[in-house]
Design a protein around this ligand. Structure first.
Ligand code: CMX
Length: 439
């Protein structure tokens, strides 16, 4: 079987030619106008980024190199295909797809898992840094700082300092991305152990296990097939969601200064830690637990509807519903929901039942309320609740799990280097300058 790096090296020239031809023909073609509302509204809707791994369609949701989530569930190698316990697609398979646009063979994924396991141990100085953090320091701060410190051994930085040619930048960038993805489970597990005392804090990595199988082991869920498989699915489908979201955009922006992947990803994690980005799944969980407290477990649809109306009438939003871009049910929610349907232990769980009841009841209430452009569930309405039901009750840690997944967006840095993308430097204006320009 070929290695992922060989496969990447093979597709890069074709894609470079495609981009070259597009530039030659269309460099001056317009992609649309920029309105003041775009500038003031967080650049919403502005077509101004190149992102190779995924494109979001407002009706169909995310597609990875043209493949929808159901396509990926059918085509990408799973835990079962590799002879492991569990049935879900592996994040390694998604990593391969994001980097090459191609579905890997089972052997190729097995080889990638083994390579990640081999590179998974943390250097001693990083262990020491993590162990020195106070337990009270937010897990995301610890995560971001530990990842930044890994740049001590960046292959890209070393090669750059030696004067590597621009056309070769992608290669040490790729090496750093793989090293980083390999070490993330050990970082996340050590933080979990230090802050919450779960798992064993050791880095026992089994070379015949997959990335998330090893992670689950390190956080104390090694024998929990349901949780291990849920984490595989969650991490595979949360990884890449176009380039404009805060964490992905940040890592791409910082990478555009030729900062190495460790520094770029560390900055992306700082963005993910914000309440408007990575924390929504906790809000949903808080909302569901509050709802259960207010109306009891296994409440009737009527009671749940009443609670939703009282939330809306007090001016609050229903967390887990609506989306900035999507106009239908988030396919990531559907994938997590399908997972819940296949696990008897989750079907019996009152919190998971509530998530499913809300998905039946809330769209009608939100439609009647008449404000949101999309009354359907988004990915966050299920993701945190399943972690909780499986016993991971430490809310503060949930964004770390999201962060492990977002490392898949680092694949764009390899494409950025392969395409020779320039440093980002959009034009800005003061209010006075805008007024002059628009008068
Ligand atoms: N409950 C109540 N009202 C809602 C709502 C919801 N779930 N979703 C949107 N609305 C309201 C908005 O607050 C807005 O009201 P105002 O006109 O009074 O400001 C109106 O409907 C129109 O909003 P929109 O254009 O449909 O949605 P936005 O692009 O402005 O916002 C989002 C998108 C996700 C922030 C919003 O739907 C929301 O707050 N949802 C709840 C929180 C949540 O689930 N966040 C996770 C998002 C997941 C993700 O991004 O991946």
């Amino acid at each position: 079987a070929s290695t992922l790096k060989d496969a990447v090296a093979q597709v890069i020239p074709e894609k470079q030619e495609q981009l070259k031809a597009l530039k030659a023909k269309h460099n001056n073609s317009s992609l649309g106008e920029v309105k003041l509302e775009n500038l003031l509204g967080g650049m919403r809707g502005l077509k101004c980024m190149l992102w190779e791994g995924s494109v979001l369609d407002s009706e169909r949701g995310i597609a990875f190199h043209g493949r929808s989530i159901p396509d990926c569930e059918k085509e990408l190698p799973t835990a079962k295909d590799l002879g492991l316990k569990g049935k879900e697609m592996l994040p390694e398979s998604m990593l391969w797809l994001l980097l090459t646009g191609k579905v890997p063979s089972v052997d190729e994924v097995r080889g990638l898992s083994a390579e990640l396991a081999e590179k998974g141990k943390l250097p001693n100085y990083v262990e020491k840094i993590i162990d020195s953090f106070p337990k009270t320091l937010h897990p995301m701060t610890q995560f971001s700082a530990a990842v930044a410190a890994l740049n001590h051994d960046s292959a890209f930085s070393a090669a750059y300092n030696k004067g590597i040619k621009k056309s070769e930048y992608w290669s040490p960038t790729y090496d750093d991305v793989i090293t980083l993805i390999a070490k993330i489970p050990a970082i996340a597990a050590r933080i979990y152990y230090n802050v919450f005392g779960k798992g064993d804090g050791k880095q026992a990595i089994d070379p015949s296990n997959d990335l998330i199988g090893n992670y689950a082991n390190m956080i104390g869920y090694g024998d929990h097939e349901g949780m291990t498989d849920y984490l595989r699915l969650y991490i595979a489908i949360h990884g890449d969601h176009e380039g404009g979201n805060v964490s992905a955009h940040t890592l791409h922006l910082v990478g555009s200064a030729l900062s190495d992947p460790f520094l770029s990803y560390s900055a992306g994690l700082a963005g993910l830690a914000g309440p408007l980005h990575g924390l929504a799944n906790q809000e949903v969980l808080g909302f569901c637990l509050g709802l259960q407290k207010a109306v009891g477990e296994n409440a009737s649809d009527e009671k749940v509807k009443e609670h939703l109306w009282s939330t809306l009438n007090s001016g609050r939003v229903v967390p887990g519903y609506g989306h900035a871009v999507l106009r239908s049910t988030d396919p990531r929610f559907l994938a997590l929901s399908r997972f819940c349907d296949t696990r008897p232990e989750l079907q019996k769980d009152s919190l998971v039942q509530l998530v499913q009841q809300l998905a039946r009841v809330a769209p009608g209430v939100l439609t009647e309320h008449g404000k949101t452009k999309n009354p359907n569930p988004n990915v966050d309405s299920a993701s945190g609740c399943v972690l909780y039901s499986y016993g991971m009750t430490e809310f503060k840690y949930y964004t770390v799990v999201f962060g492990i997944s977002r490392a898949l967006a680092l694949t764009q840095l390899v494409w950025d280097r392969a395409y020779g993308m320039g440093i980002e430097r959009p034009k800005s204006f003061s209010v006075d300058a805008l007024q002059k320009m628009l008068k």
